[in-house]
Design a protein around this ligand. Sequence first.
Ligand SMILES: [Zn+2]
Length: 271
Amino acid sequence: MKKLVLITAVFLSVLACKKTPFTNRTQLNFMGNNTIFPQSFAAYNQFLTAHEIAKDANKQAMVERVGQRIAAAAQRYFEANGQKDYLKDYKWEYHLVKDEQINAFCMPGGKIVVYTGILPITETEEGLAVVMGHEVSHALLNHGAERMSMGTIQQIGQVGVALATANGTPKQQQMWMTAYGLGSQIGVMLPFSRRDESEADEVGLRLMAIAGYNPDEGAKLWKRMAAMNKGQKPPEMMSTHPSDQTRIAKLTAYAPKAKEEAKKYGIYFNN
Ligand SMILES: [Zn+2]
């Protein structure tokens, strides 16, 4: 039984490895779009019924414009990289929701929500493109599916640990479970999420640049965000986000590469 659990975990891991677009990273993912998208679309509709859509037509139009330009940039990228069907199951939708939270998200399959609360920080259309580029990147990189796949493997692993310690005293078993649970949280799950954030930052800059938005805005936006965050920041090790300093430094370093890539699509920036 112990062996069977281990074999199942290894087998699933090997079977389920895919390459991420843009970053070409090997990724654990055994959740297909056809499993995830219908659930995502239903959840999005539910969310929209339960929340108030913002009435400001100009701002809603801006959210739609940025979303469409980012989606078009993604399509251009996939066509140029031999994956023209990558987005075929996507059903892009962009809504501005009246809510004071400083937040935005893109659900699997291209279902986007921007909260009105983030607009004072994004300030301009370019600032909004940083946020939406980042959120769309999480979806394109299948970060949700990857986390769910990781979670499944982690659960199988825990069953394995429980079986392996079945002969120990209850106290020993408890210690093992605690150690395994904490270790896998801090050692695997959280760094994956932090890496997801960095990866989405990078791909977000590339997408916004291909869409014609200046990627220099990335670092500027996160500086404004950091100023909002002062005083209530968890230490980087325990946080699911890279620290502001790290994030700003990486975004600054990456912007010239994003501009360089955009040239391939006929997009040139002045600086
Ligand atoms: Zn993110």
